[in-house]
Design a protein around this ligand. Structure first.
Ligand code: SAM
Length: 263
């Protein structure tokens, strides 16, 4: 899998050299390219922003360097057979999910466009969505090779797309074969098939007693059937309290906003 990130703060991505993802890169399971958007500017100040039409606070990222950057980073030679996804993190996007992370892994190539200021001129997403739609399903050499996903990391506004990009990379890369010590872990994590897409219930390790709190007896019973039933009930109870929205969303539901292609 290859991930290219376009940003005005390349040094944000230094932590990718650490831990599981660092090892995945060293072992050749994951290739990451970090690109400075300013290399695609052509004025002496390497300007990437301008005032918004219609007024309003702050500055917007101008589409000109973005078009050059994305044309170059998306058009890999040779093109990956499984296609490319352009991911545009934005608080106004569709919520990024575990299913999205899985879809990214099955795609050969991901490009992440990190916005700053008040975001990226809307024509950038519009342009690449139109390009993706024009080729999807057609007998065109680029057919189905490009998808565009505007995704939100959380219902809060960050200062830039870099933290969202790091989170998206980590969520996808840990699913690559050989990255996790136990290949079954994601099945048993929150949102995994073991819990039918719900969040995981509480987990415990030694010591059995800690500050007056005791590990539930059923987990120490050795009765695997009872443990499975207890864990399932705990997952449902925790989901009801923490994430009732997950109980309302049937697996595979597509929120279906216009232009919100799944990664
Ligand atoms: N004016 C934009 C809005 O209200 O939707 C917010 C722009 S935000 C300050 C600047 C950049 O941070 C965005 O272009 C995006 O790249 C990133 N960003 C901020 N919050 C995000 C979130 N919740 N999810 C993903 N990206 C986010």
């Amino acid at each position: 899998m290859r991930i290219d990130v376009v940003t005005i703060f390349p040094s944000y991505f230094t932590p990718l050299g650490e831990s599981l993802i660092g090892r995945a890169i060293t072992e050749g399971r994951l290739a990451v390219g970090i690109h400075d958007l300013r290399q695609w500017t052509d004025d002496p100040h390497r300007t990437v922003d301008d005032a918004p039409y219609g007024g309003g606070p702050g500055m917007l990222m101008t589409p000109v360097p973005w078009g050059r950057a994305l044309d170059e980073t998306l058009l890999l030679r040779p093109p990956p057979a499984a296609g490319s996804v352009l991911v545009i993190p934005t608080p106004s996007g569709r919520r990024f999910t575990q299913g999205d992370a899985e879809n990214l892994v099955s795609t050969g190539h991901v490009v992440i466009a990190c916005g700053r200021y008040e975001g990226i001129d809307a024509r950038v997403a519009e342009h690449y969505r139109a390009r993706a739609e024009a080729t999807a399903g057609a007998e065109h050499p680029e057919a189905a090779r490009l998808r565009v996903a505007e995704v939100s990391l959380c219902d809060a506004v960050l200062a830039g797309g870099e933290v969202a990009a790091l989170a998206i990379i980590e969520a996808a890369a840990r699913l690559l074969p050989g990255v996790l010590g136990n290949a079954d872990s994601p099945r048993e994590d929150s949102f995994g098939p073991v819990w039918d897409g719900l969040v995981e219930g509480p987990s415990y390790t030694r010591p059995e007693q800690w500050r007056g709190l005791t590990v539930p007896a059923v987990l120490r019973s050795g009765d695997h059937g009872a443990i499975t039933r207890w864990r399932r009930a705990q997952a449902q109870a925790r989901t009801r309290i923490m994430r009732p929205d997950l109980l309302r969303t049937a697996p595979g539901d597509d929120p279906g906003e216009p232009g919100a292609q799944a990664p």
